[in-house]
Design a protein around this ligand. Structure first.
Ligand SMILES: Cc1cc2nc3c(=O)[nH]c(=O)nc-3n(C[C@H](O)[C@H](O)[C@H](O)COP(=O)(O)OP(=O)(O)OC[C@H]3O[C@@H](n4cnc5c(N)ncnc54)[C@H](O)[C@@H]3O)c2cc1C
Length: 167
């Protein structure tokens, strides 16, 4: 609540349009940074993040530091050297052992360190685009007995680039 008061005062004072803004309510549930993660065809690791690892099967990118919050005020942070970014491969969004299922967001297949970077909103949005696009565009491939693993990755990547995605 203290932070909300500070943010509210900042918005009213410094951001045009917020002069008369009033605080109307707060989320009814607390948010949780680390939730369940799938076991996917591949996993994003902390090493991938810190090495700014590029991937041929990239469908999204992340650039947030490793950012693990533990009980109390314990907090581990490791910035990506050079302020660079890493690729998020398609396989981290494909649950192992399931057919025609894709996931997006903080539940991606990853180690704890990898998730602590990729869980922030930008990559989560990008992952959503990366799995929504094949679902919409490659129905001919995944329908019937098909599977998301059969989606032509190069065509998907071209489509994502045409949409302006950073991959
Ligand atoms: C305290 C806190 C601070 C954070 N600070 C930042 C920050 O400063 N910057 C940043 O980028 N990120 C921050 N994050 C992280 C970021 O907000 C989340 O990791 C991110 O939003 C996760 O996105 P998601 O799409 O995976 O999940 P969510 O955003 O949680 O979306 C999942 C959605 O699915 C819905 N849902 C759940 N179950 C069902 C169901 N059965 N049927 C239909 N819908 C369902 C939920 O209602 C929800 O809308 C913070 C997180 C927390 C908890």
């Amino acid at each position: 609540m203290d932070q909300i008061r500070v943010c509210n005062a900042f918005l009213r004072k410094h951001v045009p349009g917020f002069e008369a803004a009033v605080f109307s309510g707060v989320a009814p549930r607390i948010g949780i940074r680390e939730t369940r993660r799938i076991v996917g065809e591949e996993a994003l690791t902390g090493e991938d993040v810190l090495a700014s690892r590029r991937r041929a099967d990239s469908v999204a990118r992340g650039a947030h530091e490793i950012d693990m919050h533990a009980a109390g005020s314990a907090h581990t942070r490791q910035e990506i050297p050079g302020g660079s970014y890493y690729d998020i491969p398609f396989g981290t969004l494909v649950p192992r052992g399931l057919r025609n299922v894709l996931v997006a967001g903080r539940c991606l297949s990853s180690t704890r360190e990898g998730q602590s970077s990729a869980r922030v909103m930008g990559p989560c949005l990008a992952m959503g685009q990366a799995v929504g696009t094949p679902a919409a565009a490659f129905g001919n491939v995944i329908a019937g007995n098909g599977d998301v693993r059969d989606v032509p990755l190069g065509e998907l990547q071209n489509l994502l680039r045409l949409q302006g995605a950073q991959i």
